[in-house]
Ligand binder design. Structure first.
Ligand code: NAD
Ligand code: ZN
Length: 359
């Protein structure tokens, strides 16, 4: 499957399927970069680097830089070391960086590409389900000790090569984390995709290839459609934040890495569904939805360190909020999101309803 993505700053293609490395070969043959730098993490490198390299034309001088797995890749020190490596190896403005890994590697490698010599080309080779979200849209960046994703840039890739074979080695927890963003795309944009997911995905251990490819494709189309209308997040791109207002607080109050991003977002989405019911009379069977989600293994637990008052303060301080009330993405209907600022009293009342539902 090939999806063409148009943004004001660039057009590029996303190739998804069991064997799309050929598309990478073709792209590299026709583009003539001077040198290649593959950035990957220790885990993904061991599993899939060899296969990726087999798709690179012999004529290319290729360097490999291996970073620590997960969020650790997005540290200043690693960013600096990656730039040093690129300089030592003599990459120039016509060289290309290839990101082989999940969203962490993609964000880091994309940011290296965005800033090396004021910006050089890069290609995303995502290896997680979550990366169907992160590999499209052009946001790249790293973390600061004072906040996640606080340093970054918009930089669109030359191509996205989504070899779904690479997803076969994902641990369950990562599948669960990534699948939450697929559910998010369905909730904010496509009621038929939600029905498709609820009837075809009943066990995260055994998602059929054709189903996986289909929902990754739809998720990417949905994200691309939103991003192409609002590349730099001044309006509707905020819809992608569905479930994230509370999700971010759950993620950070548990301590990063304890509750995965997707698990936290899933909990945040269910809260947002209750809010939507209260504020917009959303017609939706939340109970049935929650049952499905729990069967898939989401715990929907609120971490020990979580306190509503503190959560309210952090949600208000979220970088996406402009006043002193937190902004929430709500659903008028499934597929019809809107943004609303909500007051503390209402948020607390619905939080209590939500808590009793997840027990
Ligand atoms: P990740 O890249 O941190 O990978 C998670 C873990 O899975 C790592 O340990 C990794 O080594 C391992 N892994 C990756 N692929 C594997 C495979 N095929 N087989 C076995 N193990 C594999 O995680 P992620 O969930 O893909 O990405 C999370 C990051 O993405 C966060 O930093 C988040 O901020 C970022 N993100 C960015 C955007 C964006 O628009 N740029 C959007 C959403 C999330
Ligand atoms: Zn997310």
């Amino acid at each position: 499957v090939k999806i063409d993505i148009k943004t004001p700053s660039k057009s590029y293609s996303v190739y998804i399927g069991n064997n799309v490395l050929d598309s990478l070969s073709l792209h590299l043959q026709s583009t003539h970069y001077t040198k290649l730098l593959i950035i990957t993490d220790e885990t993904v490198g061991k599993l899939h680097l060899e296969e990726l390299q087999s798709a690179i034309p012999q004529s290319y001088e290729t360097f490999i830089y291996v970073v620590p797995p997960g969020e650790k890749a997005k540290q200043f020190a690693i960013y600096e070391a990656s730039l040093s490596f690129a300089l030592e190896k003599g990459l120039d403005r016509k060289s290309c960086i290839i990101a082989l890994g999940g969203g962490s590697v993609g964000d880091l490698a994309g940011f290296v590409a965005a800033t090396y010599m004021r910006g050089i080309p890069f290609i995303q080779v995502p290896t997680t389900i979550l990366a169907h979200d992160s590999a499209v849209g052009g946001k790249t960046g790293i973390n600061h000790p004072l906040g996640k994703n606080m340093i970054g840039s918009f930089h669109q890739p030359e191509a996205v090569i989504y070899q779904t074979e690479f997803l076969k080695t994902l641990p369950q927890s990562e599948i669960r984390s990534g699948f939450a963003e697929a559910v998010k795309h369905a909730l904010i944009a496509d009621v038929s995709l939600l029905e498709f997911l609820m009837s075809n995905v009943i066990d995260l251990h055994s998602i059929k290839d054709e189903h996986l490819i289909y929902f990754l494709q739809r998720g990417i189309e949905i994200k691309a459609n939103i991003v192409s209308q609002d590349e730099r997040e001044s309006g509707i791109r905020a819809f992608l934040n569905f479930g994230h207002t509370l999700g971010h607080v759950i993620e950070s109050s548990a301590g990063y890495g304890k509750v995965s991003h997707g698990e936290a977002v899933m909990t945040g989405m269910i809260y947002a569904l209750y809010l939507s019911k209260e504020v917009l009379d959303l017609e939706f069977n939340i109970t049935e939805f929650e049952l499905w989600i729990k069967k898939l293994g989401y715990s929907l637990e609120i971490p020990d360190g979580f306190d509503f008052n503190n959560a309210f303060t952090s949600m208000t301080r979220d970088k996406k909020s402009y006043s002193n009330q937190p902004r929430f993405v709500l659903l008028d209907k499934v597929g019809e999101p809107l943004v609303k600022e909500l007051d503390k009293e209402l948020l607390e009342k619905v939080y209590t309803t939500f808590l009793s539902s997840t027990e």
